[in-house]
Ligand binder design. Sequence first.
Ligand code: NDP
Length: 273
Amino acid sequence: MTVPTVKLNNGVEIPQLGFGVFQVPDQETTAAVTAALAAGYRSIDTAAIYGNEAGVGRALAASGLPRGELFVTTKLWNADQGYDATLRAFDASLAALGLDHLDLYLIHWPTPARDLYRDSWRAVERLAAEGRIRAAGVSNFQPAHLRRLLDTAELVPAVNQIELHPGLQQAELRAFHAEHGIVTEAWSPLAQGAVLADPAVTAIADRTGKSAAQVVLRWHLQLGNVVIPKSVTPARIRQNLDVFDFTLTGDEMAAIAGSDRDLRTGPHPDRFN
Ligand code: NDP
């Protein structure tokens, strides 16, 4: 199974489809990531706050896969924002993962009321300059946060990882990203299951013989999003990667566009501090 890659603004390539481990307990994470690697995933998305970086690291080590074939992302937690705290938190994440560098490091939330993300970003830029991360990005940044970051940033974030699925299509952010060369990465790409009964989705599932989840993932891929679906169920882990042998028509893409309804499964970035 060869997953296509998307080129980031510094030339680094990220697999367009990866594996997320939010809400997976550390002990179960090793089995889930092992199943994902066996199925053919090479990109793994974790975060310090998930408490399962060690579980991810155990699976990576046990896989025997060359480090260069893997793409590992983790995230700076809100309590660790600020220049020095970011550098310390990064070291702790790397140690938990058992790695000597990361492929992508993200500021997890802007937490605008704390107003530390520009200081945190300077630390992330230092990690990039030192070669300890191959790419630097953010998560849950709204256009206003990106503009404020870009005012002082040396590096343009390579990625903004945001909640995005048929119920929350994020047209404004996607346009901002396109204008600035920032790759859109979709979290909760299946809306944690909440979009799988959408009539536009199930109609395409009926036509193609694919599952609703596969249709939604295919929609993301055709929009150009990077996606990181999560599952702890081996059959679903395999199924979510099996989305490269069918195509949605223009009419079907347009039908899913009609599912947009401001559906948030997570907090609003302007108010999460
Ligand atoms: P997803 O949208 O990926 O949905 C996961 C849920 O869908 C699970 O309940 C899973 O069940 C179920 N599921 C998965 N595949 C299928 C399938 N083929 N058919 C039916 N049901 C399916 O939700 P997440 O919130 O986990 O988002 C994905 C990843 O995004 C996270 O794991 C994390 O890495 C990242 N994320 C980042 C955030 C951020 O702030 N940056 C916030 C939230 C997520 P089961 O596991 O039981 O199989």
